[in-house]
Write a protein that binds this ligand. Structure first.
Ligand SMILES: *Cc1c(COP(=O)(O)O)cnc(C)c1O
Length: 221
């Protein structure tokens, strides 16, 4: 099916409150342009080199989200235009994002990545670490970032029950933080759900799903 048809199908299954991030990593600029022409404005990329190669060749009103592992020394290449960095997995990275945002006279929206999957290859703070960061007000010194919520990736599995448990744990943390008074009104997003598990994620309070394969087809690495 075409990219625009795929987008229509997915959108029709989403509540209006859920943002669709089109994950375009490994797909050429032409594919992104096709999605753009079908009305898509939010795109997610996971490699800095690839993102900075594509960004100048696409319309400037795209909202770019960075969703992959981000090395500190590469933040400077995306700081002038990145809308949201979803993959904050250390305080060192957060500090660098704040510094580069300040240099560019802007505020960068970030999500704190929480490790909910069983695979140790996945990144993020543990639930307990994340809770402590907020309780101890560790984000307070950084005025050029906006903490917009949490991001998590479920285990790659066919076991829907496992996925559900993981998304539930992240939803619980998000709700707890919202009621704790340790976050402000910008803390609204819960980014979870990919092609294979987004329907489960939405049932558990996801506000942002990150879909690649179901829009663009398989990736050739
Ligand atoms: C690649 C990727 C996705 C999209 O995965 P699909 O299974 O292709 O939908 C979502 N989130 C992150 C963090 C990714 O790296």
């Amino acid at each position: 099916m075409s990219i625009s048809q795929n987008l229509r199908n997915i959108k029709s299954s989403l509540p209006e409150t859920v943002t669709l991030v089109a994950v375009s990593k490994f797909h050429p600029v032409e594919a992104l342009q096709e999605a753009y022409d079908a009305g898509q404005r939010v795109f997610g990329e996971s490699r800095v080199q690839e993102l900075i190669a594509k960004q100048p060749n696409l319309p400037h009103d795209i909202e770019w989200h960075f969703i992959g592992t981000l090395q500190k020394n590469k933040v400077k290449y995306i700081a002038s235009f990145i809308h949201t960095i979803q993959s904050i997995d250390s305080m060192e990275l957060l500090k660098e994002v704040d510094k580069q945002a300040a240099k560019n006279n802007r505020t960068i929206r970030v999500l704190i990545e929480v490790h909910i999957a069983m695979e140790s290859s996945k990144h993020g703070f543990s639930i307990e670490e994340c809770r402590m960061l907020f309780q101890e007000k560790q984000f307070a010194p950084y005025s050029n970032i906006c903490i917009a919520g949490l991001m998590g990736m479920g285990t790659f599995t066919n076991d829907a029950h496992q996925t559900e448990k993981e998304f539930q744990s992240l939803q619980k943390l998000s709700d707890e933080l919202k009621h704790s008074g340790f976050v402000n009104e910008s803390f609204t997003e819960l980014s979870m759900g990919m092609s294979d598990d987004y329907l489960i994620a939405i049932q558990h309070g996801s506000t942002m799903i990150r879909i690649g394969t179901s829009i663009f087809g398989g990736r050739v690495y």
